[in-house]
Design a protein around this ligand. Structure first.
Ligand SMILES: [Zn+2]
Length: 253
């Protein structure tokens, strides 16, 4: 039996209302963050590629310590980077206007396609947008960054999590709803979504962090940012589209 503490937080805009429900639906997921994380030891222990071997209590503790505070700050309008808070508020206002609410699912299992998928977004059958946080994959990133012993690893970890959220909102708030309902999009369609979403994430979330605050980001986020700058900050640039395709084709092997 799969152990599962999947919970669903229904976070209404402007409210700090948290409800925990069992057995969230498995979402449509169409993106990947390309973190370099060694998860081979975990994958080798099971034939179920989504199964996590982190105990539930460990995952809950991790969520409470590292992830919940970020959501609390954003929902409470208290995130310490004003540009991030503004982008969050703007995106959530659009989502609230379009759909009335956003559900946040906390997954205690990996996404089967890749253990590097840290979050995802999609729409439930009732049409409500959902953002999924893949806790075991984020725990792997945490372990990987910690083992780097880089003095700024905790900072990089926090911004990695913030940017995961911001990126998913860049899908949900600004894309056509119907385009996100396919379970596993063909690569061409996936690239079409990601080039727009990552352009928005780079311009409105990563750029202020790098250019104004000079914060430390992980190699993955810096990869997107450098590509964005080097291709002229243009979502229609052929170089940008090719670069995004090269990253996302890893999800279609
Ligand atoms: Zn994406």
């Amino acid at each position: 039996m799969k152990k599962n503490f999947r919970k669903k937080i229904k976070a209404r805009v402007q409210m700090l209302l948290v409800l925990l429900l069992a057995f969230a639906v498995l979402l449509t997921l169409d993106w990947i963050v390309n973190h370099q994380v060694n998860t081979e030891h975990r994958q080798s222990q099971s034939t179920d590629p989504s199964r996590s071997f982190y105990p539930d209590f460990e995952q809950k503790k991790f969520w409470s310590e590292h992830l919940e505070p970020i959501f609390q700050a954003l929902i409470g309008h208290k995130y310490h980077i004003p540009e991030i808070q503004k982008r969050y508020d703007d995106s959530m206002a659009i989502i609230d206007n379009l759909y009335g609410r956003l559900n946040i699912n906390i997954s205690s299992n990996y996404i089967a396609q890749s253990h590097n998928i840290l979050a995802g977004s999609g729409f439930a059958t009732n049409g409500i947008p959902e953002l999924t946080i893949v806790v075991p994959a984020i725990m792997d990133v945490y372990a990987s960054l910690r083992s780097s012993e880089h003095p700024g690893w905790k900072e990089a970890f926090e911004y990695c999590n913030v940017l995961n959220v911001m990126h998913e909102l860049d899908h949900i708030a600004y894309e056509e709803k119907h385009t996100m309902q396919t379970h596993l999009l063909p690569l061409d369609q996936l690239v079409e979504h990601e080039r727009g979403a990552w352009a928005r994430t780079c311009e409105y979330s990563i750029a202020p962090l790098v250019e104004k605050y000079q914060v430390l980001l992980t190699a993955s986020e810096m990869q997107y940012y450098k590509l964005w700058v080097n291709t002229g900050r243009n979502p229609n640039s052929q170089e940008w589209i090719v670069a995004i395709r090269n990253i996302y084709k890893e999800t279609r092997r």
